[in-house]
Design a protein around this ligand. Structure first.
Ligand code: GDP
Ligand code: IMO
Ligand code: MG
Length: 425
């Protein structure tokens, strides 16, 4: 059985937790997009992991982990994660497979990300400053790209880097009046990174297809969320990869037909980090309460997350986009005690009502939510272990969303820990 877990909102839905739970029955967990902009939290017992590049299956020692071609790899961050896991007695030896074709995030990408954002002032995207956009831009631009395989031929890398750094320095100097990048220092870092990572670099497409042929159970772990998808999200306030389930094929070379179940993860409300439209946002006391109760601060940057009601228009759209079979709804515990709850069931755009998520940025900017109001609950859900034992108003809330979105909720989150998830069947 091959499963794929993707976010259906603007990221941080709780994918790390869901992947960790499902990884119990997976032989291989695969990251296929994004980079160290992702922050996936896994809590096992008393230990908390915040993973950025490593698939969330890493915390289970019997699970192999793939970082596929679609990921942009910051080698320093990856090595920090390997060491962090080793400090907790979790070894990646012999079970980490990094694509030779994954592109590498280097210091000049992070510098460019920061310089560009600073130059945009109030029009900035609010990126994670992890160099994601500039690295994907070099990938599509081709001539100035560095891939993981380049760590296997350091003499050739030295030559390539010299040309690229000269180009970047001209560009950064002219555009931003920036200090020159130190090419020798970047090369020296690459040499150190090569010593640690070379043994993990391989043809992951071949490995994945051989694993499928051998009948292994694969679990694909999406990063970000479908509303941040470069092509289908809220452009330009998106990330630079196909963060919806549509990114799976190009991101790892496995077609969607090989996936038995696409599981879309949502929060029982909505959050967003960074700039961009957010029709159901509650920039008020309700949003503040959700932020505090749900601990809504970014796993990667620590930024407070913007909070709002559940947007069923957005999730209906992203579920269709990804061919989602079932939904995992996290953070139902967080809504306890909030009073009546609202679910956005349609948008009013220039006096017209629509239930289809708008493609145009101007329409989305103009969208006002049409809400259903539902009774809330006060009960603490964090110790509930069966679906039947959930209060009726929780079940009603889930049923109301299922009715609008048209897809069953199969997993319910009632707390951040591994055990705090209820499987419906
Ligand atoms: P990801 O990026 O989708 O993996 O999500 P993050 O890890 O960035 O953010 C999700 C946050 O919600 C983390 O702090 C999780 O520990 C937490 N979390 C996940 N599921 C639940 C849940 O059902 N209830 C509560 N209270 N917290 C949860
Ligand atoms: P996970 O995998 C939430 C957001 C940033 C910014 C926009 C572009 O943890 O769900 P980027 O650095 O990618 O160029 O930033 O995308 N963003 C995320 N928001 N969760 C994430 O990942 C995100 N990755 C990027 O905040 O608005
Ligand atoms: Mg996250």
């Amino acid at each position: 059985m091959n499963n794929c877990v993707v976010g259906l909102q603007w990221g941080d839905e709780g994918k790390g937790k869901v992947v960790d739970i499902l990884a119990e029955n997976a032989d291989v967990v695969v990251r296929y997009g994004g980079g160290a902009n992702a922050g996936h939290t896994v809590i096992t017992g008393d230990t908390k992991f915040a993973l950025h590049l490593m698939p969330s299956g890493a915390v289970r020692e019997k699970t192999n982990c793939v970082i596929a071609n679609g990921v942009v790899v910051d080698p320093g961050t990856l090595i920090d994660e390997i060491n962090g896991l080793a400090d907790k007695n979790i070894s990646m030896e012999g079970r980490l497979f990094i694509s030779e074709n994954a592109h590498m995030v280097l210091d000049y990408h992070k510098q460019e990300d920061q310089l560009r954002e600073a130059s945009l002032g109030k029009n900035k995207i609010g990126t994670t400053a992890r160099g994601i956009g500039p690295c994907y831009a070099d990938k599509t631009g081709r001539s100035y790209a560095i891939r993981m395989a380049d760590l296997l031929d350091l003499d050739a890398l030295k030559e390539k880097l010299a040309k690229i750094v000269a180009y970047k320095n001209k560009l950064f100097g002219a555009l931003y009046d920036a200090e020159p990048v130190d090419g020798d220092a970047i090369y020296a870092k690459c040499c150190r990174h090569s010593e640690v990572l070379a043994k993990f670099i391989t043809n992951t497409t071949q490995y994945l297809h051989e694993s499928i042929d051998a009948g292994k159970n694969l679990l694909f772990e999406g990063a970000q969320g479908a509303l941040l998808d470069l092509d289908h999200g809220t452009f330009p306030f998106v990330t630079s990869s196909n963060a919806s389930a549509l990114g799976l094929g190009p991101g790892c070379g496995v077609p969607a037909q090989k996936v038995d179940r696409f599981i879309g993860v949502v929060k029982a409300y909505t959050t967003r980090v960074g700039a961009g439209p957010f029709p159901a946002e509650q920039d008020n006391e309700i949003g503040n309460t959700i932020r505090v109760k749900g601990n809504e601060f970014g796993t990667t940057t620590g930024r407070p997350r913007r909070c709002g009601w559940f947007d069923a228009v957005a999730v209906s759209f992203t579920a269709r986009l990804g061919g989602i079979n079932e939904i995992a709804m996290m953070h139902l515990d967080t809504l306890a005690g909030l009073g009546e709850l609202k679910v956005c069931k349609a948008y009013q755009i220039n006096s017209k009502e629509t239930t289809f998520f708008p493609g145009s940025a101007a329409d989305l900017e103009a969208a006002e939510c049409v809400y259903d109001t539902l009774p809330g609950w006060d009960e603490d859900l964090t110790a509930v272990t069966t679906y039947d034992a959930l209060p009726d108003n929780v079940k009603n809330y889930i049923a109301a969303i299922e009715k609008i979105v048209g897809i069953p909720v199969s997993i319910v989150g009632v707390g951040p820990k591994r055990g705090q998830a209820i499987f419906r069947d």
